[in-house]
Design a protein. Structure first.
Length: 216
């Protein structure tokens, strides 16, 4: 009498029966943002420690194999990314002749928000010496900044960067932003000179006057 197979038929297998690493790969192939270990643990019905160990093992395997992609821990979660050395190939495919980069004004504004957050539009405008309303709207639409409460003194809306910003920058958290110590004296001086002369450009602030110079 032949020994009966203990393998569970594919149609009857539950999530808990699936091989962990292939299951992780399948899920991470379809995520829209980095998936946390806690969320993956809940979805795949495995202890968080097992999930964490399997993710790091997969990341190491891809590196050893020299694959064109890598598994990275970004903004508190895990996601597949193409390797930097193949950026030219990916950029050529994605852009296909179209420019999708942020303007210099948008990059400067985003930098001010990243290092000064939470910060109001008028404060950002004071640092840059120019109305940033249009640029801020662009950053909001692209999901790089978000509203984060109001300023107690003025009632102006405050803004911070988002997890999507961390993801696009390849950062685990804001503490990984490059140090600006060598540039701070100059930045502080510019802001001090412009704070009084630049009106509040924040449309959400009470009695905000109209601006004449903008980035639009």
């Amino acid at each position: 009498m032949s020994e009966e197979s203990t393998e569970v038929p594919a149609g009857l297998r539950t999530v808990a029966d699936l091989d962990l690493k292939p299951a992780l790969e399948a899920v991470l192939m379809v995520v829209d943002e980095p998936a946390t270990e806690e969320h993956l643990s809940k979805i795949l019905q495995r202890p968080k420690r097992r999930i964490a160990d399997a993710l790091r093992e997969l990341a190491d395997e891809y590196t050893v194999q020299g694959r064109g992609f890598e598994l990275r821990l970004i903004a508190g979660g895990w996601r597949f990314y193409s390797r930097p050395e193949y950026a030219a190939a990916v950029e050529g495919f994605v852009l296909d002749g179209q420019q999708a980069r942020l303007t210099q004004a948008a990059l400067e504004t985003l930098a001010v928000v990243a290092y000064r957050q939470p910060v109001s539009r008028s404060r950002v405008s004071a640092v840059r010496g120019v109305n940033c309303d249009g640029v801020m709207r662009t950053l909001l639409q692209r999901g790089l900044v978000q509203e984060a409460g109001t300023e107690p003194e003025t009632g102006a809306i405050l803004y911070t960067t988002t997890n999507y910003f961390l993801e696009r920058m390849g950062l685990r958290g804001l503490d990984e932003l490059p140090e600006l110590a060598p540039f701070l004296p100059e930045a502080e001086a510019i802001e001090a000179e412009t704070q009084e002369g630049v009106p509040s450009f924040d449309p959400d602030a009470p009695d905000a006057p109209d601006a004449h110079r903008t980035d639009d």
